[in-house]
Design a protein around this ligand. Structure first.
Ligand code: PRP
Length: 218
C-alpha cells in the first residue's frame, strides 16, 4: 500500500526536537536514525514515514514533493529561497542565532569604520550578502560547507557568518561574536500541492504541531 505522508527531517537537533511535536500528533518514530543508519524510518502509523536528509536538502525534497512536509531552519530556508513551499508554522525549536564572528584580537569595528574590504567565510552566502550590503560593509564572500570557525584561524578569512547556540564552538576556537544578524529557529514547510491534495491527512498534524510548538515559545 502506498504511504500517504512523508516527513523530511535532518539528524541531530531538528530530529530530536521534532519528536515531541510528532508525539503530540500521536506519531512515534519507531527506529532511531543514529543507530539504524536507515534513511527511511517507519512510524507507528503505517500511513506516515520519516525520511532523513541533510538539513540543507529538506526544502528541496519538500519543494519537489518527494516529501509532503518537513522541518527546516530559518537559515536553510532563507538560503533556499522558499520556492514551492508553504511555511505555516514557526515551531520554535532548534533555536540559535546567526552571527558574525572574528578571531579574538581582530578589531572588527575599526576595520568596518575605516571601510576595509573584509573576507568573510560562510555557508550562508545569501544572508551574509544582505547583511553586509544593508550595513554598507564591503565584503568578499567565500562559500564553505562546514567548520567555518577554522577559516579565520588559518588566514582564509577575516570573519565568518555562522550559527551560534551555546557559543562553545567559538570559544574553543578563540573567536568572538561581533554582530548578531538574526535569531534562528525551525519552521514547518509543506509542499503546496500536498497541502491541497492531502489536506485531510495533513491538517490534524499541522494543528497538533502548532499547539505543541506554542509550548516552546519563551
Ligand atoms: C553549528 C554551527 C556551529 C555550532 C555552534 O554546527 O555551525 O559550528 O553548531 O554551536 P555552539 O554555539 O553551541 O557551539 P553544527 O554542529 O550544527 O554542524 P554543521 O556545521 O554541520 O551545521
Amino acid at each position: 500500500m502506498e504511504r500517504q505522508l512523508t516527513l523530511a527531517l535532518s539528524k541531530g537537533r531538528i530530529f530530536e526536537e521534532t519528536l515531541p511535536l510528532l508525539q503530540a500528533a500521536g506519531i512515534t518514530v519507531t527506529e532511531d536514525p543514529e543507530s539504524s543508519r536507515k534513511l527511511i524510518l517507519p512510524t507507528n502509523d503505517p500511513q506516515i514515514r520519516v525520511i532523513i536528509v541533510r538539513a540543507s536538502d529538506v526544502p528541496t525534497y519538500v519543494q519537489y514533493g518527494a516529501a509532503d512536509f518537513g522541518v527546516a531552519g530559518k537559515d536553510v530556508l532563507l538560503e533556499h529561497g522558499g520556492e514551492g513551499l508553504y511555511q505555516p508554522i514557526d515551531l520554535n525549536i532548534a533555536k540559535c542565532r546567526m552571527s558574525v564572528a572574528v578571531q579574538a584580537g581582530f578589531d572588527y569595528a575599526s576595520a568596518v569604520r575605516h571601510g576595509a574590504r573584509l573576507r568573510v567565510a560562510t555557508k550562508y552566502v545569501q544572508c551574509a550578502r544582505e547583511h553586509f550590503a544593508a550595513k554598507g560593509v564591503h565584503v568578499d564572500l567565500i562559500k564553505l560547507y562546514g567548520s567555518m570557525e577554522l577559516a579565520p584561524l588559518v588566514g582564509l578569512s577575516d570573519a565568518i557568518v555562522d550559527l551560534v547556540s551555546s557559543g562553545g564552538t567559538l570559544r574553543a576556537n578563540n573567536l568572538v561574536e561581533v554582530e548578531h544578524i538574526m535569531p534562528i529557529s525551525s519552521r514547518l514547510v509543506v509542499n503546496q500541492a500536498a497541502l491541497k491534495l492531502k489536506r485531510e491527512r495533513l491538517q490534524p498534524i499541522l494543528e497538533a504541531f502548532e499547539r505543541a510548538s506554542q509550548a516552546n515559545n519563551d
